[in-house]
Design a protein around this ligand. Structure first.
Ligand SMILES: [Zn+2]
Length: 304
């Protein structure tokens, strides 16, 4: 978990960098298959799929604008093993954190307004007082900026003592942002890479090394985030009610089965899959995916 919140120092929140994400008060801390890449040349432009939405911050009461996906415009072309959605021409996940540029309060869109007075006070005292935000002026959110927004959302969630599931969901989506960023850097993007084939050929070797280093750091952060998501959701599944983060119980169990499988926890994955296959509430689409995962678990156990 170390270093997971690294980078907050640049935002004036260095004191939060080593916080334990899932720590409980007065208690000890609780403890891939590549999806087919979208190689289509999209006619869809990211900037046409988003708009500036006016929001009022529930922490400082100031109004601000946030870039938001237009409803129903982005076309879903697939999902990754961990349910990360892939849309044509845009990575919608970049636009799922609201950030108040005035006080530094940030949260996933679905939780932004769901903050109590006591929590808002915690944010004012532990975030707003020290946070240093650089105004973002880009037409679309870069991955670098999106990652910053997610880090702030996680720092806020820890500070406001959010539910475990909310923190786990931020971790999961942070992993998705890292994956999207890696795809952009490696050129297999949704179509908007600044790095054309020629540009990459011309890139100096120093650029190339720094690009590789960034990708390696992002891969590490993706894995750390997935691990935190697994730990958090596993705990939340036992202590919270469904629906959780918009997911029903069988969707969550499928996600947990996939994450356990990803980290080679085959017995835990197999147990979840077995439950899904016998559960009457499991939708056919999840049942089919669970059957595929069952085969993968059997194959992986043979190899292990
Ligand atoms: Zn604010």
């Amino acid at each position: 978990m170390a270093g997971f919140l690294s980078g907050l120092g640049n935002l004036g929140l260095g004191n939060l960098e080593n916080m334990d994400i899932f720590a409980k008060e007065d208690k000890a801390p609780a403890k891939e298959e590549a999806a087919p890449s979208a190689q289509t040349a999209p006619a869809v432009l990211e900037q046409d799929l988003i708009f500036d939405k006016k929001l009022k911050c529930p922490v400082c009461d100031k109004e601000f604008t946030s870039k938001t996906m237009k409803t129903g415009k982005a076309k879903l072309i697939g999902t990754d093993f961990d349910l990360r959605p892939r849309h044509e021409g845009v990575d919608t996940v970049k636009y799922d954190v609201e950030l108040c540029p005035n006080c530094g309060y940030a949260a996933l869109s679905r939780y932004f307004d769901k903050i109590g007075q006591a929590q808002a006070k915690l944010v004012r005292e532990n975030i707003s007082k020290t946070v240093k935000l650089v105004p973002y002026t880009g037409e679309i959110y870069s991955y670098e900026h999106a990652l910053e927004r997610y880090k702030l959302a996680l720092a806020n969630a820890v500070v406001k003592r959010a539910k475990t599931s909310e923190k786990a969901y931020i971790c999961l989506k942070t992993a998705w942002i890292c994956r999207g960023y890696i795809e952009e850097l490696s050129g297999m993007t949704h179509g908007h890479s600044d790095l054309s084939e020629e540009a990459r050929a011309e890139a100096t070797s120093a650029d190339e090394i720094s690009r590789k280093e960034t990708m390696e750091a992002l891969k590490q952060e993706e894995e750390n985030s997935l691990e935190n998501a697994l730990a958090g959701f596993t705990e939340a599944r036992m202590s919270e009610n469904f629906p959780m983060c918009g997911m029903d119980e069988t969707t969550m169990d499928y996600l947990l089965a996939q994450l356990n499988f990803h980290f080679a926890k085959y017995d835990d994955a197999a147990k979840l899959v077995a439950n899904l296959l016998t559960n009457r509430n499991t939708k056919p689409v999840i049942k089919n995916k669970a059957l595929e995962l069952k085969e993968s678990i059997i194959a992986a156990k043979k190899k292990a």
